[in-house]
Design a protein around this ligand. Structure first.
Ligand code: UD1
Ligand code: CA
Length: 451
């Protein structure tokens, strides 16, 4: 049987106290609803329908890459009414799985187990809670079979004692759900069409109901306010950290690493505290990342040392490179094997060749640097004339004296030595010393001005 997934996301999210629709709030820098969408895709869904109410345009724009149908629920008349909106848009022969745009951390394994029961039954995900307050309670008959769900507000004192509650997540054949939902009404304390009413109807029609439970409570926890969002973020992050450690990564403190994307990290990598990894990041074996580094969309080689407080964005770092502390590496920078970038250095869109060093206080932009180049402190590539960017080429074994400005476009040939304080405006030749420096004058008997 094929699989259709409906994601309910029509709620207003008042308690977020935000102008952003609730399901667009981010967990690990990804909208809540996208976590749910990715889960649906992970299950191999043939079709996904998102039921939205508030902020529809904003939602569709933020999620424009979803391969999903968008169905508006104009008035929020209840969860049953929300599911009713999708029957024109799905294959009723498929299994229909109901997920929620504000419940982001349900594991694939949990849903796969649930779906196994949904072939010929209604499969319900329930959970036992110490404190079931607020949830719909699962009613069972003497045989222990589910015979209904009663909402908190409609429950008797006796029913309120039941600790097995409805997570809201369920699956059944589309046509079965459609038929059952045709018979629900809103005669209840909230005047809503409850999705949960289908269970009593199914029991009466002798449609079998099966339940399964998630391994962890967080899998079925929803986000209603920013506090709950922050709690789920910590759980998500800790799960990633735990997995990384089990995979052979050393973390100074698993509670002080944040991963906001996809990472691939090799054995014996050490990550110090307060590191943020964003987007797609690969770090090969034996590399060390110092505290307070932010690394996004980058590939880092083996046995690299990145010291404290470095920011890397869209950078390629080869093996045995040393970086920082306090280095800023901007997009399209490529540091080749054994190169070194020291403190207070900014590099943008440049190749730093094998064994080359830019150790102190420099700006290198739009530069192609060869091997074994030594760039002295305070060197600046003047790559921008106010309108256009120009390229600097520095060939192998060049020595750039401190406080040099390389006014691009300019080429420094191999083995050139540039004297400190030079403003280089012309291409050089190989094996020469170039220097542009006003001759030193001495004025003897100089009197300082006095007040
Ligand atoms: C629902 C269940 C309850 C369960 C609980 C788990 C019903 C009647 N009750 O209660 O048994 O224990 O979830 O959290 O289903 N939504 C829409 N359109 C609507 C109404 C709701 O899209 O018209 C969406 C909301 O955005 C939300 C979800 O459905 O994501 C649940 O709705 P909510 O009103 O919060 O249901 P609960 O009262 O919590
Ligand atoms: Ca709720």
């Amino acid at each position: 049987m094929g699989l259709s997934v409906v994601i309910l996301a029509a709620g207003k999210g008042t308690r977020m106290k935000s102008s952003l629709p609730k399901v667009l709030h981010k967990l690990a820098n990804k909208p809540l609803v996208e976590h749910v969408y990715d889960t649906a895709m992970g299950l191999g869904a043939d079709e996904v329908v998102v039921v939205y109410g508030h902020g529809g345009e904003q939602l569709k724009e933020s999620c424009s890459h979803f391969k999903a149908k968008w169905v508006e629920q104009k008035e929020q008349l209840g969860t049953g009414h929300a599911v009713q909106q999708v029957f024109d848009d799905i294959n009723l022969q498929n299994t229909l799985l109901v997920l929620y745009g504000d419940v982001p951390l349900t594991r694939l394994e949990t849903l796969q187990a649930l779906l196994k029961g949904a072939d010929d039954k209604i499969a319900l995900l329930s959970v036992n809670l110490e404190n079931p307050f607020g949830y719909g309670r699962i009613l069972r008959n003497e045989q222990g079979e589910v015979c209904g769900i009663v909402e908190q507000k409609d429950a008797t004192d006796e029913q309120l004692k039941i600790q097995e509650v409805n997570t809201g997540i369920l699956a059944a054949k589309g046509s079965t759900l459609k038929n059952l939902l045709e018979n629900i009404n809103n005669n209840n304390s909230q005047g809503e069409y409850y999705l949960t009413d289908i269970f009593e109807l199914a029991a009466k029609d002798n449609i079998a109901i099966t339940t399964s439970q998630p391994a962890h409570c967080y899998e079925v926890e929803g986000v209603n306010n920013r506090l709950q969002l922050a709690c789920l973020e910590r759980i998500y992050q800790r799960n990633i950290a735990d997995q990384l450690m089990l995979d052979g990564v050393a973390l100074a403190d698993p509670d002080r690493l944040d991963v906001r994307g996809q990472v691939e990290i090799g054995h014996d990598v050490f990550i110090d505290v307060n590191v943020i990894l964003e987007g797609n990041v690969k770090i090969a074996a034996g590399t060390q990342i110092g505290p307070n580094c932010v690394i996004s969309d980058s590939v880092i080689g083996e046995n690299v040392v990145i010291r404290a407080n470095c920011v890397l964005e869209n950078v390629q770092v080869d093996n045995r490179v040393e970086i920082g502390p306090f280095a800023r590496l901007r997009p399209e920078t490529h540091l080749h094997d054994g190169s070194k970038v020291g403190n207070f250095v900014e590099i943008k869109k440049s190749e730093i060749g094998e064994g080359s060093k830019v150790n102190h206080l420099s700006y290198i932009g739009d530069t192609e640097m060869g091997k074994n180049v030594n760039v002295g402190a305070g060197t600046i590539t003047c790559n921008y004339d106010g309108a256009f960017k120009h390229k600097t080429v520095i060939k192998d074994n060049v020595f750039v004296g401190s406080d040099t400005q390389l006014v691009a476009p300019v080429t420094v040939e191999a083995n050139t030595t540039i004297g400190a304080g030079t403003t280089l405006t012309k291409d050089t030749e190989t094996d020469v010393l170039v220097i542009s420096r006003a001759p030193q004058k001495t004025i003897t008997g100089w009197q300082r001005p006095k007040k």
